[in-house]
Ligand binder design. Sequence first.
Ligand SMILES: [Zn+2]
Length: 212
Amino acid sequence: MQLASLVECLQGMELTDAPDERLLTLSGKPYTSRSAYAALDQVTGTPDAHGRHIWTTRVPNKVKIFAWLYFKDRLSIRTNLFAKHILDDESCQRCSNATEDRLHVFFGCPTSAELWESTALLSDTEVWSANVPSHLDTNLWPFVLLTILWRIWDARNGETFRNEPSTSRRILSKVCDDLVIWRKRLKLDSDVINSRDWHIYLLSCNSTKSSI
Ligand SMILES: [Zn+2]
């Protein structure tokens, strides 16, 4: 069957001495990741909003890849490992109260829930549309959001695998540190300045927290 398809494709082909060229069937353009995504967007008619936010955000690549897996729900969360028969129990090891799916890790587990409550940035799990305070730059929200999600995931792994207790205060503190270190990755001077306001805001959220 596959051989017949191959033979059919090869019919009419003539080999020349010219170098090979890899072209996208969908667009006829040379293959790159960017052009492949653009071609797919045209086919589906629904641009990949997650990808657009993730790949243009100035966080380190490891955080972008983590975010891509987050939005595809491909992180090694217990429900995903349970579905692959790697684990026989999908309950959260941190609070033992619930199934550890993606929403639980990032929003429902008590530490994560408290972090979001203290920042007052999200009213639900539609993460791209945040309740950004009026004095902060909304354009930097993806940069801040991915940093927060990354640190929640890092804390979950630290507690699960390295027996490192985490608190929402500690997670937010690390987010603040990251914003300072990653600030130099921002291209525009205005973004650098506005990131300082975000940093101050998150520090203030941490200082007004009442528990943990
Ligand atoms: Zn939990």
